[in-house]
Design a protein around this ligand. Structure first.
Ligand code: CCH
Length: 308
């Protein structure tokens, strides 16, 4: 078993990471879970670990793996991500040298690539907080029930542009909403374990046909059900469950500045893949300061002031 660990304080080398990535690849196929893959929820884990970043105060971000603590892990916005963390626990046991913060972010890049998406540049060296003192406050992640102003408020705080907001949102090609997690229900695209630009295409294709519905819990979302397909398949196996969009997703086509990018990404998958790779890499690096060797500043090697 390869247990070649990096020198103390150093980021793992590419060679040391290979078996870690292979172990992540090996756990992606989960026939009993959701649509058969751990990939989507791993991508969401990395995003929520990083999406707490605030550029004004230089707090939050993927360094530290604060979601291990109730203060962050128990944020209702993170409901369901315990499944993603549990999927990765055997990999952490097998390769104790990799920090949780590195493993969660690395696993998302492996998942994106395995699901047919682009290679996302990734650098290691994150460390895990020793306690919850530096865990950011709750409430920094977006609320799907809101609109374009809210998206800008949340993502400008992290330092993203309108174009980057739209590119990042393309991750909703993957996975689904769960009633017992966010309260929303359903998937955005028909094949939610294949990374593509389908989400942007469907936003535009069914424009005018997305129907606003109110769920039993009072939340509103938009749904599209292909009536013919649904009727035709009744009685013979699975019924078409329809597709959904969150109010925040719909704001990407009602806001003209966002919409210009939705149209570009719907028309050009290569452009979307390039932009997604760049912006997802940027997300995973938020708040991380590196020296010339790529070493991450942390409590041990930086004087007071870092992340204070
Ligand atoms: Fe998301 N997302 N997301 N999302 N998300 C949900 C699921 C996924 C919002 C709300 C939700 C990003 C941006 C936003 C994924 C990746 C990204 C769910 C359902 C909600 C609600 C959760 C549940 O019930 O399980 C909102 C609002 C925003 C605002 O922009 C960004 C950015 C990314 C990544 C780059 C992925 C993947 C999922 C599927 C998770 C799964 O378990 O299948």
């Amino acid at each position: 078993m390869p247990q070649d660990a990096p020198a103390p304080g150093a980021a793992p080398t590419a060679e040391q990471l290979e078996p870690v990535k292979a172990a992540v690849r090996a756990l992606l196929h989960q026939p009993e879970y959701d649509d058969g893959s751990a990939g989507p929820v791993l991508v969401r884990l990395a995003w929520h670990s990083a999406g707490t970043y605030c550029k004004e105060t230089n707090t939050g971000g993927s360094n530290g793996a604060g979601m291990r603590y109730e203060k962050e892990g128990g944020d209702p916005a993170n409901a369901g991500l315990q499944h993603a963390r549990a999927f990765l626990e055997p990999v952490k046991s097998q390769f104790p040298f990799i920090s949780y913060a590195d493993l969660w972010t690395l696993a998302a890049t492996v998942a994106v690539a395995e699901m047919g998406g682009p290679a996302v540049p990734w650098q290691g060296g994150r460390t895990d907080y020793a306690d919850d003192a530096k865990v950011p406050p709750r409430g920094r992640l977006p609320d799907g029930a809101q609109g374009a102003d809210h998206l800008r408020f949340i993502f400008y705080r992290m330092g993203f542009s309108d174009q980057e907001i739209v590119a990042l949102s393309g991750a909703h090609n993957l996975g689904r909403c769960h009633g017992d997690r966010s309260g929303f229900e359903g998937k955005w695209v028909n094949n939610p374990t294949r990374f593509s630009n389908q989400y942007f295409k469907l936003l535009l294709k069914f424009e005018g046909e997305w129907k606003k519905t109110t769920l039993a819990n009072g939340l509103q979302q938009f749904v599209y059900v292909d009536e013919d397909l649904a009727a035709g398949e009744e009685g013979e196996g699975e019924k078409e469950e329809g597709l959904m969009m969150l109010p925040t997703d719909m704001s990407l086509i009602s806001d003209p500045k966002f919409r210009a990018w939705v149209e570009k990404y719907a028309a050009d998958q290569d452009l979307f893949f390039r932009d997604f790779a760049a912006v997802f890499a940027k997300l995973l690096e938020l708040g991380i300061q590196r020296d010339a060797q790529g070493r991450v500043a942390n409590e041990e090697n930086v004087e007071d002031g870092y992340r204070s």
